[in-house]
Design a protein around this ligand. Structure first.
Ligand code: ATP
Length: 297
């Protein structure tokens, strides 16, 4: 099965850089969560993967080939971008048949997918009368028509109720379990945390972190320090720390120094420490930290 290689991908609109020198890999047999706050550049990146948007520089290969060089692309990569892109009077079945015809896929595949996605009873329903959840399933079905090994799904969980979310998670796991490379974008970590093997985090078009979800979670132990001399202490710790956040007048969050080292440095500078606690941030905290969306400690 194929994966996706993104190398130096950049997109500028005039002077605005929407995607900035992005490189990452989406591997087969795994769900990769593509995370970032609204406007981070996720959709633009995914659209460049399938030639909907032309990169300013850099590029993407899928199974070693550029999208435009793949003879029947829908058999290699399935993209699901906009769940509202339906003709409201077409039935779910008609919608799939049209896309099946365009991709050269047999009508029998339409019936298979209606069944697989739990849409069999909704096949004759006008898409305009379908619920958000049904439209999400129909978007997925469309992406799956060519039985592709790579799936690019832009915010597939948007607007789903808890039941739909649970269904989507197990569906995505199944797709990865079949050996497919599954890229799922979201601006909410909790939505994908339970299903993702790997994560790619971007902000303002730039890569912040990429790798196995477990590695990312384990990497970022911090130490919370409470001190009436917080400002002086921050200065004393700065040379050895990776980063220090001032959470309040007396509270620091120190990245990259162990508690014992912090206590020793405080003692060496004659500074008072009233509290010292190692803290393993939750993934949610880590994500908010990375994307700069954290508003307090
Ligand atoms: N055609 C365009 N012309 C100008 N700017 C654009 C264009 N398309 C996207 N942008 C800008 O590029 C940035 C990234 O947009 P993009 O839709 O890729 O982000 P996103 O991470 O998918 O966000 P969201 O989660 O809100 O969908 C945004 O600031 C957006 O306004």
């Amino acid at each position: 099965m194929s994966g996706v290689e993104v190398r130096g991908l950049t997109k500028r609109y005039g002077t605005f850089t929407a995607v900035d020198d992005l490189s990452f890999t989406v591997r087969p047999g795994a769900v990769t969560a593509f995370l970032g706050p609204n406007g981070a550049g996720k959709t633009t990146t995914m659209r460049m993967m399938v030639d909907h948007v032309a990169p300013t520089s850099g590029g993407v290969t899928i199974g070693g080939r550029r999208y435009r060089d793949i003879p029947r692309p829908t058999t290699v990569v399935g993209a699901a971008f906009d769940a509202s892109a339906f003709h409201p009077r077409h039935s779910a079945r008609d919608h799939l048949r049209i896309y099946a015809a365009m991709g050269g896929h047999p009508d029998r595949r339409v019936e298979e997918l209606l069944g697989l996605l739990g849409l069999a009873s909704a096949g004759d329903r006008a898409t305009g009368a379908c619920s958000t959840g049904m439209r999400r399933r129909l978007t997925l079905a469309t992406a799956l028509l060519g039985d592709p090994g790579v799936l690019l799904l832009d915010e597939p969980g948007n607007g789903l109720d808890p039941e739909g979310t649970a269904w989507l998670r197990s569906f995505l796991r199944d797709l990865a379990g079949q050996g497919r490379a599954v890229l799922v974008s979201s601006h909410v970590l909790s939505e994908v945390q339970q299903v993702a093997d790997d994560v790619v985090v971007i902000r303002r078009g730039r890569l912040l972190a990429a790798g196995a979800l477990g590695d990312l979670a384990g990497a970022e132990r911090t130490v919370r320090v409470s001190s009436p001399d917080a400002a002086l202490l921050a200065r004393a710790l700065a040379p050895g720390a990776r980063r220090i956040d001032q959470d309040g007048p007396h509270d620091l969050r120190v990245h990259g120094l162990e508690p014992a080292r912090i206590a020793d440095l405080a003692a060496a500078h004659g500074l008072r420490v009233h509290g010292l606690a190692a803290h393993q941030p939750s993934l949610e905290e880590l994500f908010l930290d990375l994307t700069g969306e954290r508003t307090n400690a």
